[in-house]
Ligand binder design. Structure first.
Ligand SMILES: Nc1ncnc2c1ncn2[C@@H]1O[C@H](COP(=O)(O)OP(=O)(O)OP(=O)(O)O)[C@@H](O)[C@H]1O
Ligand SMILES: [Mg+2]
Length: 243
């Protein structure tokens, strides 16, 4: 099959090898009725991907493996724990933790999470709100008073928060410096809320260990140590899709 050839939903499912019974269920949310089935999620993913990016999702070995780990996580499918892209050696995997997605440029980190954000917007329990790290710094810097700053910080923290492109932002400067993303990650962890973050690798070898270490150094020991209880570590691979 050529890389950009369209496939039926059935064919793609078979390749994703998601458990036939997978659904995002309500079991962590008091009752057991399914919120969204795997088939519905996949159909919606393809539809929203096309809708937002104006092109079909291209399937190649890397993109399939990358999207698979996210699908299995959101579907709470036990196969998640066997995913190649899940670095169980770096952090003990759990559905209670969020996701730390690290990868090279253009591999789909932002695109896939934005599509999930759009799909989950219809489901209160799954809803996640996304910001870029730079956006958060700008929001902080545009606050006029200390009470605006604390309001901004308190409203950003939420049960399911997505911060795109961490480690790309500068330290905020607004009558004193503030490492906004560090502060928000700390607050998310204090409240035991679920956080999803993406970042680029920090080294040309694309070593996850080194990237996590460098990002830890950027945010300081307080957050670095918390990374491991906050996140499943996801290693996105492949070539850039920007062409
Ligand atoms: N599987 C895919 N099929 C088609 N287009 C894709 C696929 N994955 C990503 N893209 C497209 O490639 C472009 C880059 O993707 P994206 O912005 O998600 O990359 P990224 O991993 O966030 O990169 P960066 O680290 O530079 O932010 C987007 O236009 C996106 O729609
Ligand atoms: Mg991105």
């Amino acid at each position: 099959m050529r890389k950009n050839e369209t496939q039926t939903v059935h064919e793609v499912f078979n390749q994703l090898k998601i458990e036939k019974s997978s659904t995002i269920s309500n079991q962590d949310f008091k009752d057991h009725s399914p919120l969204i089935s795997k088939k519905q999620l996949w159909n919606e993913f393809l539809f929203e991907f096309k809708n937002i990016y104006g092109k079909e999702f291209i399937k190649c070995p890397d993109s399939v493996m990358n999207i698979k780990v996210l699908f299995l996580y959101f579907l709470q499918d036990m196969e998640f724990f066997n995913c190649e892209k899940l670095r169980s050696d770096l952090s003990c995997p759990s559905f209670k933790k969020g996701l730390f997605i690290i990868g090279g440029f253009g591999v789909g980190k932002t695109a896939y999470m934005k599509v999930f954000e759009k799909i989950f917007n219809k489901h209160k329990e799954l809803r996640l709100k996304g910001y870029t790290a730079k956006e958060l710094v700008n929001m902080y810097e545009s606050c006029a008073t200390p009470s605006d700053k604390s309001y901004m910080m308190s409203t950003t923290v939420r049960p399911r928060l997505f911060i795109d492109d961490i480690n790309s932002e500068r330290i905020a400067n607004n009558y004193g410096n503030c490492d906004v993303v560090e502060e928000i990650l700390f607050n998310q962890n204090e409240k035991r809320y679920t956080t999803f973050v993406t970042s680029n690798h920090t080294n040309p070898e694309n070593s996850m260990e080194e990237s996590i270490m460098d990002i830890g150094v950027r945010y300081g020991g307080r957050i670095h140590d918390r990374f491991y209880e906050m996140f499943n570590m996801i290693d996105f691979t492949g070539k850039s899709n920007r062409r």
